[in-house]
Structure formats: C-alpha cells, structure tokens
Design a protein around this ligand. Structure first.
Ligand SMILES: Nc1ncnc2c1ncn2[C@@H]1O[C@H](COP(=O)(O)OP(=O)(O)OP(=O)(O)O)[C@@H](O)[C@H]1O
Ligand SMILES: [Mg+2]
Length: 335
C-alpha cells in the first residue's frame, strides 16, 4: 500500500499530440530531399523531440490539481503544526476549507502521490478531499468545510450539552470511518481528537488521514516546543497517540491506528484532556514502553475503559479491529 504507483492519465490533448507528432516526423523525413550530412542532425532532432514528447506523455496529469487563482481565502479557521487552515471560496461558488502547508513541511511530489490515494477514500465519516494545489508552495489541500475540531468541540462543551450517549455515538462514527480505511488497507498515522472534525448534530468525520506519512522531520516542520510531535528517524510521530512498537520500529500498521483510537476514546471521555498530562515526553516514551497505561478516567464506564485497554495491548495482534470496535460501540450499553 505504501508505494502505489502514480496514475498516469493520457488526456485527449496528449493522445492527439502522440497521434500527430510521429506521423508528421515520418512524413517530413520521407518528403525532404536530405543530403547525407543532414541525416545526423535530423536524427538528433528526432531523438530529442521523441524524448521531450515521452516526458510530456509520462508526466502524471492530476485531475485533482486546481488553479490557485480559483480559490479565494476568507477568514482563518485555525493553525496546526504544519500550517494554517482557512475558510475559502472555490470557483466563486463552493465554501471549502483550505489547509496551507508551511514551506518545506513536505515534498510536493510525495504529497501529490499520497493525495491521489486520499481522493479515492469516500465514506460519510471521512472528510472529503476535494482538490489540491501543488505546483508551487505553499501546498493547498482543499477539503469539505466542517464546523471545527472534535478536540475544541469537547473542550468548549465540557459536558454542558454533550452527554455520555453522545460521546459513545461520536466514538462509533470515528470507528466507522476508520473501519473503512482498514478495509482499504490505508493507514491514518495521526488519529487524535484534533484530527476529527465535527459538523451539525455531532456528525464526526476523520481528517488528515495519510498526511503524517509525507511530513518531513525538517527543522521548519518540527519545532522543539511542539506539544504533539517528536522526530523519530526521518518522520514526525505524535508521541502520546503512538503505539510503543511503532516508535521502536519506526513502522506503522493499522494496529498502531487502533492504539491511537484508544487514546482518542480517552480524549472523548475526558472532554479533551491531554493524555498522560502529568508526564513529560521522555517519561511517556519510557513508561508506556514498559507497560504503563493511563488509569480509568473519572466518570468513564468500566466497559469503555476495557475497550481502551484492549486498544493498548502490548501485543498488537491482540488489539481489536476497527470493525469490531465499531460494533462494540454501536451496541454499547451504558449501564
Ligand atoms: N475541514 C475543516 N473545516 C473546518 N475547520 C477546519 C477544517 N480543517 C481544519 N480546521 C480547523 O483548523 C484547525 C487546524 O487544523 P490542522 O489540521 O492544521 O491542525 P491540528 O489538527 O489542530 O493540529 P496538527 O496539524 O498540529 O496535528 C483545526 O483545529 C480546526 O479548527
Ligand atoms: Mg489536523
């Protein structure tokens, strides 16, 4: 899954070009009464022409690429570690969210490859990627517009309107979106309440899937005061959400996403508390690897804590699938 080839689309323009260029070259050579000294020159011109044509034909054309001028940035919605997010107007008619990525936070070609896979992911609990602008930096990622992040939603509410049954329903929706990614063999790598977005009636959609794979751990993208990410090898890992084996091996699996889902459940139940709030990053890394797990949060039903603990099993093969998690949450009995 990691290295899917870039799709090469032969547009009508390219086909026409191919159909016209080769016969034209052949025709020209036959008709011209060329002297022997001209042949090497003509051959060189022909070879260069064919090379340029092949490069043009083999360059992937991306149907998701949109002209930057078709997007009007309106107000800023928020800012993450890798750039700011704006409300935008696309083609003068559609309101969208535009994520702008800081210069150097990812390689545009790598991102483009990933974006082509992301655009094929379609599920009611996944934020829809609509288009990208990758021809120059800053890269723009255009997605459907939501009301805000689940983390802010939970923190702002703190139990005033959201009750346990709402929390369980929100968790079930995230599990449903993740079960779809699981089915498609696609990894999120940065599942957390900040990366789930909310719309009217507590509709939750998972956002930013796959992006973590293409983020560079360069000094521009990583700053020492970042509360979420630490550099591991060439990548940035959201330490407090990451399974210990993923940090140790620098490799992600869907079971790493399941671990993160357990942390996300903790965030939902605590109305957005920081995981391992009383520990620094170094302590989290050491203690979790040695078997430490967060205690059952106040007010959390025992059954919900057991689901979290299942997600945090040291042996990743013992962790549930997202499909099972979704079923457990849909059928969850509060008392
Ligand atoms: N599609 C969207 N619709 C509405 N608001 C959005 C959308 N995407 C992002 N936002 C807002 O922009 C904020 C920043 O999002 P972003 O993904 O850049 O950072 P983050 O997820 O909060 O943190 P980080 O990227 O550091 O993990 C979000 O918290 C949310 O409030
Ligand atoms: Mg995000």
């Amino acid at each position: 899954m990691d290295e899917l080839p870039v799709r090469c689309t032969f547009t009508t323009g390219k086909r026409t070009c191919l159909l016209l260029f080769l016969p034209a070259m052949f025709n020209l050579t036959c008709r011209l009464n060329v002297s022997l000294t001209m042949i090497p020159i003509l051959v060189s011109v022909g070879v260069v022409g064919v090379a340029v044509l092949l490069k043009y034909l083999l360059t992937p054309s991306n149907p998701w690429e949109t002209d930057r001028r078709s997007i009007q940035l309106l107000n800023k919605l928020g800012e993450g570690s890798f750039g700011a997010v704006y409300k935008g107007l696309w083609n003068n008619k559609t309101l969208v969210a535009v994520k702008t990525l800081k210069h150097g936070s990812m390689n545009p070609q790598d991102f483009l490859k990933e974006a082509q896979i992301m655009t094929t992911m379609c599920h009611p609990n996944l934020v829809k990627l609509l288009a990208v602008c990758t021809t120059k930096e800053p890269i723009y990622i255009i997605t459907e517009l939501m009301d805000g992040s689940l983390l802010d939603h939970l923190k702002n509410d703190r139990g005033r309107r959201i009750c346990l049954s709402d929390q369980i329903k929100m968790a079930a929706q995230v599990a449903s979106g993740m079960a779809y990614l699981e089915l498609k063999n696609y990894l999120h790598r940065d599942l957390a309440a900040r990366n789930v977005l909310v719309a009217k009636n507590n509709i939750c959609k998972v956002a930013d899937f796959g992006l973590a794979r293409v983020v560079n751990a360069t000094p521009t993208s990583f700053n020492q005061t970042d509360v979420y990410y630490i550099p591991v090898g060439n990548a940035l890992f959201p330490l407090r959400w990451t399974a210990p084996e993923a940090i140790a091996s620098e490799k992600f699996t869907i079971k790493g996403d399941v671990w993160s889902f357990g942390i996300l459940l903790y965030e939902i139940i605590t109305f957005g508390d920081m995981p391992y709030a009383e520990m620094n990053n170094h302590q989290v890394k050491e203690m979790v690897a040695n078997g430490y797990r967060m205690a059952c949060p106040r007010g959390c039903p025992r059954g919900m804590y057991l689901i979290m603990m299942d997600c945090w099993k040291a042996n990743k093969h013992g962790r549930p699938s997202f499909e099972t998690l979704h079923k457990s949450l849909v059928n969850f009995k509060q008392f």
